[in-house]
Design a protein. Structure first.
Length: 160
């Protein structure tokens, strides 16, 4: 056990995880800022790009609530972004045969072009960013992040 300056006791693993979380917060902010810069010339932001990418990654058209779930994001925020993207002609809402009010979200041709253009910009950026980092280290980090995400998702389901 480690006791911090406030007298709070944590295990060594919990102390290490707390440090990791703080760095993940900083990293998240840096990734978003870098992503915003990267796709700004396309009229996108990281948030818009993420919504487009989630639509592309889905195996079929989905309602906004499902996209938000897949992103781990707030449905209302995703709805706002989807509405903006629809106004710009990058996505469209289609009738959902299973739910009258929850329309399905699909990319338009312009949306596919914007996403593809963003990915062409992302490739050299991520290639440079990953330079000098061992693939095994990245895979281990990814495994740890996924394990933590699953635990937190399990907690959220238990509380719902």
């Amino acid at each position: 056990m480690v006791t911090d300056m406030h007298g709070i006791k944590r295990t060594k693993a919990a102390t290490a995880l707390t440090g990791l979380f703080l760095d993940l917060f900083r990293l998240n902010n840096l990734v978003i800022t870098s992503g915003d810069r990267l796709v700004a010339e396309l009229g996108l932001t990281s948030a818009r790009w993420q919504v487009l990418g989630t639509i592309v990654a889905a195996d079929r058209p989905q309602p906004v609530a499902w996209l938000a779930r897949d992103m781990g994001a707030n449905r209302q925020n995703v709805q706002r972004i989807a509405n903006d993207l629809a106004e710009e002609g990058l996505l469209a809402f289609k009738p959902n045969p299973h739910h009258r009010r929850a329309q399905l979200v699909v990319l338009t041709d312009a949306g596919k072009e914007a996403f593809d253009a963003a990915m062409r910009l992302q490739a050299p950026w991520v290639n440079g960013l990953s330079e000098g980092i061992e693939v095994g280290e990245l895979e281990t980090t990814h495994s740890v992040v996924k394990a933590l995400r699953r635990k937190l998702e399990g907690e959220a389901e238990e509380q719902a």
